[in-house]
Design a protein around this ligand. Structure first.
Ligand SMILES: *Cc1c(COP(=O)(O)O)cnc(C)c1O
Length: 229
C-alpha cells in the first residue's frame, strides 16, 4: 500500500532543487507541505518516515481522526477554509493556519490559542485572481488584517498564501505567484515591527516549480506525492 511515497518524495525534492538552482535560491528556503486530504494514516505515516516534516489538512474533523495515528516530529498546517465555529478544535490540532482571510477567524484563533496557552502561525490567504468561488482577500484588504493579527499576542503572522486558478500549463499560474511575492514586498515595509512576512505558500502538484522560481517558501503537494485522490 505504501509503495511509492518515498520515491515520489525523492523526485519532488529533485524538482524543487532544480527550480531553486534555476532561480538562484537556496534549497533550504523551500519547505514541502504534504497535502493529506483523503490519504489514510498509514500512507501519511510512510511519508513522515520518508522525511516529510509538514502535513497539510483541509478539514478539522479529518485531521482530528488522523492526528493520533500519525506519530513523529511533524507540523500540522490547516490549508482548508476554517469556519470560526471550528476554531477551538482546530487550535488544539494545528500548528499553523494558512488560509486566514477574515477578522472573525483572526479573533477566534487568538481567543482559543490564548485559552490553551499556545502560539500559532498564520498566513493570510489572498484571492489573487479575484475568483468569486475562492476564499481569500483582495490584495488591498490584506494589510488591515495583518494589523489586526499583529495585535494578537497568540498569533504570529508569517506571510501570505494563494491558490491561483487551475491551468493546464503551469506557466499561466506564474504571474499569480509573482504577484503574491510583489504584494509581500510592497506590504512588508508597511507592517508593524513584529511582523515579518517571510513565508509565501504557493504552488501545488501541477505548478510548484514555477512557484518556487517565483519565491515560494512553502509548496503544498498532494497528488504528486500520494497519487490521485
Ligand atoms: C488539495 C490542495 C492542495 C494539493 O493539491 P495537489 O494538486 O493534489 O498537489 C494544495 N493546496 C490546497 C489548499 C489544497 O486544497
Amino acid at each position: 500500500m505504501t509503495f511509492g511515497v518515498a520515491e515520489n518524495l525523492e523526485k519532488i525534492r529533485g524538482r524543487i532543487e532544480q527550480a531553486c538552482r534555476r532561480s538562484g535560491r537556496g534549497v533550504r528556503e523551500v519547505r514541502l507541505v504534504a497535502v493529506t486530504k483523503t490519504v489514510p494514516p498509514d500512507r501519511i505515516a510512510a511519508a513522515v518516515e520518508a522525511g516529510v516534516e509538514i502535513l497539510g489538512e483541509n478539514y478539522v474533523q479529518e485531521a482530528g481522526r488522523k492526528r493520533e495515528r500519525v506519530a513523529g516530529p511533524v507540523a500540522w498546517h490547516m490549508i482548508g477554509h476554517l469556519q470560526s465555529n471550528k476554531a477551538r478544535a482546530a487550535v488544539a490540532l494545528f500548528d499553523a493556519f494558512e488560509t486566514v482571510d477574515h477578522e472573525r477567524t483572526v479573533l477566534a484563533l487568538q481567543r482559543h490559542a490564548l485559552e490553551v496557552g499556545k502560539v500559532v502561525d498564520i498566513l493570510i490567504q489572498v484571492n489573487a485572481a479575484a475568483e468569486p468561488s475562492k476564499s481569500g482577500l483582495a490584495p488591498e484588504q490584506v494589510l488591515k488584517l495583518i494589523h489586526l493579527a499583529a495585535g494578537c499576542d497568540h498569533l504570529r503572522c508569517r506571510g501570505l498564501m494563494t491558490m491561483p486558478p487551475f491551468f493546464e500549463q503551469p506557466e499561466k499560474a506564474r504571474p499569480f505567484f509573482a504577484g503574491l511575492r510583489e504584494l509581500r514586498d510592497r506590504l512588508q515595509p508597511l507592517c508593524p515591527g513584529n511582523v515579518k512576512l517571510t513565508e509565501l505558500s504557493m504552488g501545488m502538484s501541477g505548478d510548484f516549480e514555477a512557484a518556487v522560481e517565483e519565491g515560494a517558501t512553502l509548496v503544498r503537494i498532494g497528488t504528486a506525492l500520494f497519487g490521485p485522490r
